[in-house]
Design a protein around this ligand. Structure first.
Ligand SMILES: Cc1cc2nc3c(=O)[nH]c(=O)nc-3n(C[C@H](O)[C@H](O)[C@H](O)COP(=O)(O)OP(=O)(O)OC[C@H]3O[C@@H](n4cnc5c(N)ncnc54)[C@H](O)[C@@H]3O)c2cc1C
Length: 341
């Protein structure tokens, strides 16, 4: 199929913060062949390329020059069954939450804790999405990506993705790889993870003895709906900052000064702090800065109810970062990448 290139496209419908910026050109790609065609066109004209999935983890900071590629490839399938283990594959443009629902409908478990995370399958490995004690790397088998440096499609194993907390080789080497499809290892016998505090409490309250992945997904969805703003009602990009990791000595000094500060010891000896708690304690929850602000229920989420610009969002983020740094000596790292400008 021919590529349908749109000029001077409004990006507002393409980002969950509803920031209104223009793309010099925009094209939806539905197949590997269309992707190659679009990249060849961009190379021939010297256009910079920006990749978007669902736009739920980006901040648009200005007009986007060159070509915006929106990943719209579809398809998901069971590749292999081996006893209890089931290998599934989905194309990059598939909606992540719909993949979760599809796998649950097939009686498979593994993705239930990751229900209702916005965005596409192709973006899930980019920041190793995670929620309620599970990250995509826990289910990951492999993926195919187009390497823009070599023009080749290559497979990536778990190790090659270099997954870390909200991080991977794809997030670090921005623009080099286009993820085409992702393979995940799921199970027919539920191996549920309900140890994460809010989920554990909700699970206990059901009184159910038998593990059931669908019930866990329902609980996750209702906890998320009660805590996180729906971007279609209150534009946002989810958690705006990563939870900071500090050394054990920094953590114990902070605990001595702030005894109620939540701290989570990691397997590598580092300690994870709750960015939302730091921002909340610093008094930012519900703060409004013109058209943008901090969500009134969840301090980790910056919102854009008034149609603000990316610069206004980033300006507020910087004020919060400086304040938290001054109070706690902890530097917050922004989670969503900045695009355009
Ligand atoms: C309300 C809300 C709640 C959220 N909750 C969570 C949560 O619980 N846990 C969590 O981890 N995240 C969460 N997020 C963040 C977001 O949902 C995830 O990061 C998601 O994976 C982004 O997918 P996307 O398709 O929208 O990516 P986009 O925002 O379109 O892109 C994000 C980045 O990935 C790159 N990218 C996109 N597609 C590809 C591809 N095919 N190949 C290579 N690079 C690509 C883009 O270039 C960009 O750099 C939340 C966001 C919102 C708005």
């Amino acid at each position: 199929m021919m590529l349908a290139l749109e000029s001077d496209a409004d990006l507002q419908p393409f980002n969950s913060m509803a920031i209104s910026e223009r793309a010099e050109r925009l094209v939806r790609v539905e197949s590997d062949a269309q992707l190659r065609e679009a990249l060849a066109l961009a190379d021939a004209h010297g256009w910079p390329v920006t990749l978007l999935g669902g736009g739920s983890n980006v901040v648009l900071a200005g007009p986007v020059p060159g070509l915006v590629l929106v990943m719209c490839s579809r398809g998901r399938r069971v590749l292999k069954r081996d006893g209890d283990a089931v290998l599934v594959e989905a194309e990059a443009g598939e909606n992540w939450h719909r993949l979760v629902g599809w796998s649950l409908d097939l009686g498979l478990s593994g993705l239930e804790n990751l229900a209702l995370i916005p965005g596409t399958v192709g973006a899930a490995p980019v920041q190793n999405i995670g929620a309620y004690g599970v990250e995509v790397r826990d289910l990951f088998d492999s993926l195919d990506a187009l390497d823009r440096e070599t023009g080749e499609i290559r497979g990536f194993s778990l190790e090659e993705c270099e997954f870390a907390y909200r991080d991977s080789v794809f997030k670090r080497e921005v623009g080099r790889y286009v993820i085409l499809r992702v393979r995940l290892r799921l199970h027919t016998h539920a191996q549920l993870r309900v140890d994460y505090a809010p989920l554990a409490a909700a699970w206990a309250a059901t009184g159910l003895a038998r593990p059931d992945a669908r019930v866990v997904a329902q609980l996750v969805m209702s906890i998320r709906r009660s805590k996180l703003p729906d971007p279609s009602v209150m534009p946002n990009a989810g958690s705006f900052f990563k939870n900071p990791l500090v050394s054990a000595s920094v953590a114990s000094a902070l605990a001595a000064q702030f005894p109620s500060m939540p701290q989570f010891l990691q397997t590598d000896g580092q300690v994870k702090l709750a960015a939302g708690w730091l921002i909340d304690q610093a008094g930012w929850k519900g703060f409004r800065d013109g058209p943008v602000g901090v969500h009134s229920e969840q301090a980790l989420v910056l919102v854009n109810p008034g149609g603000g610009t990316g610069a206004q969002v980033l300006g507020l983020a910087e004020k919060i970062r400086q304040d938290v740094l001054q109070r706690y000596g902890v530097l917050l790292e922004q989670e969503p990448p900045v695009v355009g400008g």
